[in-house]
Design a binder for this molecule. Structure first.
Ligand SMILES: *[C@@H]1O[C@H](CO)[C@@H](O)[C@H](O)[C@H]1NC(C)=O
Ligand SMILES: CC(=O)N[C@H]1CO[C@H](CO)[C@@H](O)[C@@H]1O
Length: 469
C-alpha cells in the first residue's frame, strides 16, 4: 500500500491504510466467491468449449488461490478447459513480428514484471500484475506452444522473482505487502513440476518498495533492497543478517553477482557500489564490506549487470551512455575496476531502462521504454534496434545461460529473440584468435567451425551482409 517514494511516518495513517486495505480485501474476496460460483455454472454449461485465449480466465479464481491442488498444470491442455473470457484480446498487441523473434510465451493476463531461469536451465519463472506466477518449460523453445504451470498469489502480485540455486524453490517480492516470500516447487519423476506450495514469509523491513532481490549461488544468503537506500542481507530462514545503507539517495537496481560473493546497487548517484558478503571459514556470516565502485558516469545509473563468471560488469546511465568494466580485480589490494569501453544508446525518453549482459560478456542488451537495443560489448557498436516490442515498456531483459537467446518481459507476453549479435561477436572473437600464432590444428579447426556455423546462421537470418561486422 505504500506508494513509491512516500514514507509511512505517522502511525494513524498506517492504521487507516491497514483498515482500508483489509476492507478492500474482504470485498474482493467476497465478490470473487460470487464470480467463481458464476464461472462454475457457466463452465458446466459449455464444458466442451475450447478457447484460444488463455490469459484472463483465472483472474476470478482468487477463492482457490492458496490451494495448491487447484494449480493449473500442463498449461496448454488444462487451460483449454476453461470458459471464454468476456473481453477480446487486444489484437494490436499480439501482432508483433520481427525476424529475430523466436517465439512468445503467452499466458499472463497483464504486465509481466520479472522473470528468471532456473539454475538447471529447465524452467523459466515469470510473475505478473495479473497475480500469476508461471513456470514454463524451456524445452523446445522454438515451438509455438509452451508447457506451463500457473500459480496465483493470494490478494497480491509478485514484482520480482528469483530461483534458489537448487531449482527447488523460488522467492518473490509480494508487491503490495512488500515482503519476501519463499515458494517450494514439487517435481514429478519426469522432471516436470506438479505443484507449488507457499513457504515462509519474511518479516517486513523495507518502507519503500523493494526493487531488487537475489539468492546467493552458495545458498548462504539472500539479498533484498528498497528503492530508498536500505539493502539487507538475510539467511535463508528469514533472519536478518545485516543492513547496509547504499548512499545512492534513491536505489534503482540491486543485484547479486553470479559467483555469490558480491551484492551491488545503482541509483540516483552516478557510482555503482559493490559490497562483499563475507562468511567465516566455518560458514558463519561475518560482515558486508565495501569492495569496489564503478565510476565514470555523470548521472544516475538505471541498471547494471554481471556476466556469468563475474569478470565483467555493464552499466547504463541517464547520461546517455553505457559502459563495460573488467571487474576481475584484486580490490583487496586497492585495484580499481578497469573501464573497457563507453558507448552511447538512444533513449526513448522513458525512465524504464533495463540492461542485460550476455553470459560471455560479449553482448549488451538495453531496453528503453518499448525499444530493445543490441550492442557489441567488444566494439561498442549498436547492432540492432527493435522498436515497439510491446505497446508499453519492456520490464526486464534476460539472456539464457548459453547466450543463444534474449528474452524480454512486458505486456502479457515474454518474447524470445535470437542472439544474432552474439553470432556476429563470436565471428569477430574467433577471427581474432585465429590470427594469433601457436594455435594447434585442432584449435584452428574449432575456431573455423565457430565462424562457419555463425556465418551459416547469419545467412539463414538474412543478416549475412553485416556478418563482417
Ligand atoms: C526494469 O526497469 C524498471 C524501471 O527502472 C524497473 O521498474 C523494473 O523493475 C526493472 N526490471 C527489473 C526486472 O529489475
Ligand atoms: C554473447 C553470446 O552469448 N553470444 C552467443 C550467441 O549465440 C551463439 C550461438 O549459440 C554463441 O556462439 C555466442 O557465444
Amino acid at each position: 500500500m505504500v506508494e513509491p517514494g512516500s514514507e509511512v511516518t505517522e502511525f494513524p495513517a498506517l492504521v487507516v491504510t491497514l483498515i482500508v486495505g483489509a476492507t478492500i480485501l474482504v470485498i474482493v474476496y467476497i465478490s470473487s466467491l460470487f464470480k467463481s460460483q458464476k464461472e462454475d455454472i457457466k463452465k458446466r454449461q459449455n464444458a466442451d468449449s475450447i478457447t484460444k485465449d488463455k490469459s484472463h480466465h483465472q483472474q476470478t479464481h482468487s477463492a482457490q488461490q492458496s490451494d495448491t491442488s487447484s494449480l493449473a498444470s500442463g498449461g496448454s491442455n488444462a487451460n483449454k478447459k476453461k470458459n471464454a473470457p468476456k473481453w477480446k484480446p487486444d489484437s494490436t498487441k499480439q501482432n508483433f513480428t520481427n525476424p529475430w523473434l523466436v517465439t512468445s510465451f503467452k499466458g499472463h493476463g497483464g504486465l509481466v514484471n520479472d522473470m528468471d531461469f532456473s539454475p538447471s536451465g529447465k524452467f523459466l519463472a515469470t510473475c505478473g500484475e495479473d497475480r500469476a506466477i508461471f513456470i514454463w518449460s524451456t524445452r523446445n523453445l522454438n515451438n509455438k506452444e509452451h508447457k506451463s504451470l500457473r500459480y496465483n498469489i493470494e490478494y497480491d502480485h509478485a514484482s520480482l522473482i528469483r530461483w534458489s540455486p537448487d531449482s527447488r524453490a523460488f522467492i518473490i517480492n509480494r508487491a503490495t505487502e512488500n515482503v519476501l516470500e519463499v515458494y517450494k516447487v514439487h517435481k514429478k519423476s519426469d522432471g516436470w513440476i506438479t505443484g507449488i506450495s507457499k513457504g515462509i514469509t519474511f518479516p517486513k523491513i523495507h518502507v519503500e518498495d523493494t526493487i531488487g532481490v537475489g539468492i546467493s549461488v552458495t545458498g548462504k544468503y539472500m539479498m533484498s533492497c528498497s528503492g530508498g537506500t536500505q539493502l539487507t542481507i538475510w539467511d535463508l530462514k528469514g533472519t536478518l543478517l545485516a543492513t547496509v545503507d547504499t548512499y545512492l539517495i534513491n536505489t534503482y537496481r540491486a543485484r547479486l553477482s553470479p559467483c555469490g560473493r558480491f551484492v551491488a546497487a545503482s541509483g540516483f548517484a552516478p557510482d555503482v557500489k559493490v559490497w562483499e558478503v563475507v562468511f567465516s571459514k566455518t560458514g558463519e556470516f561475518k560482515q558486508v564490506s565495501r569492495a569496489f565502485e564503478l565510476k565514470g558516469h555523470s548521472s544516475g545509473v538505471y541498471d547494471f549487470a554481471f556476466n556469468s563468471d563475474t569478470s565483467r560488469m555493464a552499466t547504463v546511465s541517464k547520461d546517455g551512455t553505457w559502459k563495460v568494466f573488467n571487474v576481475r580485480i584484486e580490490f583487496e589490494k586497492g585495484e580499481d575496476p578497469h573501464l573497457l569501453l563507453t558507448s552511447q544508446y538512444k533513449s526513448s525518453n522513458s525512465p524504464i531502462v533495463n540492461l542485460s549482459l550476455s553470459p560471455n560478456g560479449e553482448v549488451v542488451a538495453i531496453s528503453s521504454g518499448s525499444t530493445l537495443m543490441f550492442f557489441s560489448a567488444v566494439s561498442g557498436q549498436c547492432d540492432k534496434i527493435i522498436h515497439d516490442v510491446y505497446t508499453g515498456p519492456i520490464t526486464s531483459i534476460l539472456f539464457d545461460s548459453a547466450g543463444d537467446y534474449v528474452l524480454t518481459s512486458g505486456e502479457k507476453h515474454v518474447r524470445v529473440f535470437y542472439n544474432v549479435t552474439g553470432r556476429r561477436t563470436a565471428i569477430i572473437t574467433a577471427k581474432e584468435k585465429l590470427k594469433a600464432s601457436g594455435n594447434s590444428a585442432a584449435t584452428k579447426e574449432r575456431l573455423q567451425n565457430i565462424i562457419n556455423d555463425a556465418e551459416q546462421f547469419l545467412i539463414k537470418m538474412g543478416e549475412a551482409k553485416r556478418a563482417e561486422g
